[in-house]
Ligand binder design. Structure first.
Ligand code: NAD
Ligand code: IMJ
Length: 256
């Protein structure tokens, strides 16, 4: 029997088949979960809809997480179709491209607000809508972070501040929702070649340093993140909440 047999999982953040969210979807499906996807924007529809169909998804919904109305609409559809929800995956980040290079001092008020809204606040907004659907079901919420939210990395800039806010939101949400039996965790993944890493200045250099210095002396894969996501979203992790779990070849333990 699969680890997620009979579970209903709603996944935000699939853009293409390299997305971390896609690898998580594949692992969840393998273990027996029913899947629904929420994606952002018309241009992604032509990529995400065929992928969702290929894995037997029961819903594919459009949602820009900057909009409370669009978020409410997704959860209305999920409630109508499934009557409840067991797992919510938040695999979303966005900042203006021109603020992911050069000096952090050039961060604008608008750029800061946008990065915080899409990359951190959205977890709270989704959790608020998901929780009523998780009543009596031992629900689980999982988000994706990066070590740039704890230490300074070149060019990560405003995204680092947003990831710090995201990781702290995981802890506050875990406390806030613990009484309802809902668990909230994050995976802090090592560098992965996805759309969100494409064209990022210094990405190859950072991946090279991980391959050289991390305890495992290599980079990680989307599938390794997905298998840890599977554990955190399954009954195996029933005692785990408020945790930021590194899947990074151990890179974060190294001092020099
Ligand atoms: P990705 O580009 O495949 O996924 C990012 C997703 O965010 C996309 O699906 C995009 O549509 C979505 N998104 C952006 N703005 C949105 C909005 N307004 N509304 C709804 N969705 C929106 O890249 P990925 O690497 O799979 O990123 C997923 C998560 O993993 C992100 O939180 C990222 O910070 C995190 N992460 C990535 C890496 C890496 O090296 N790639 C490492 C650690 C953590
Ligand atoms: C992103 C920027 C700078 C350095 C980076 C990254 N490093 C890594 C990433 C070293 C690994 C990828 N990452 C962890 C992210 O969270 C990426 C977020 C992101 C990426 C883009 C690129 C395209 C765009 N806006 C973005 N917003 C957020 O226009």
């Amino acid at each position: 029997m699969g680890l997620l047999e009979g579970k209903k999982a709603l996944i935000f953040g699939v853009a293409n088949d390299k997305s971390i969210a896609w690898a998580i979807a594949e692992a969840f499906r393998r273990e027996g979960a029913s899947l629904a996807f929420a994606y952002n924007g018309d241009t992604l529809a032509k990529r995400v809809i065929p992928l969702a169909e290929s894995i037997g998804a029961e819903m594919v919904l459009q949602c820009d997480v900057r909009s409370d109305e669009e978020i409410a609409s997704v959860f209305r559809d999920v409630k109508e179709r499934w009557g409840g929800l067991d797992i919510l995956v938040h695999s979303i980040a966005f900042a203006n491209k021109d603020e992911l290079k050069g000096s952090f001092l050039n961060t604008t008020r608008e750029g800061f607000a946008l990065a915080m809204d899409v990359s951190a606040y959205s977890l709270i907004a989704l959790a608020k809508e998901a929780t009523p659907l998780m009543e009596g079901r031992e629900g689980v919420i999982l988000t994706l972070s990066y070590y740039g939210g704890q230490k300074v990395f070149p060019n990560y800039n405003v995204m680092g501040v947003a990831k710090a806010a995201l990781e702290m939101s995981v802890r506050y949400l875990a406390e806030s929702l613990g009484g309802t039996g809902v668990r909230v965790n994050a995976i802090s993944a090592g560098p992965l070649k996805t759309l969100a890493a494409a064209g990022v200045g210094g990405f190859n250099q950072i991946a090279g340093v991980v391959a050289e210095k991390a305890p495992l002396r290599r980079n990680i894969t989307q599938e390794e993140v997905a298998d840890s996501a599977l554990y955190l979203c399954s009954n195996l992790a029933r005692g785990v909440t408020g945790e930021v779990h590194f899947v990074d070849s151990g890179y974060n333990i190294i001092g020099l």
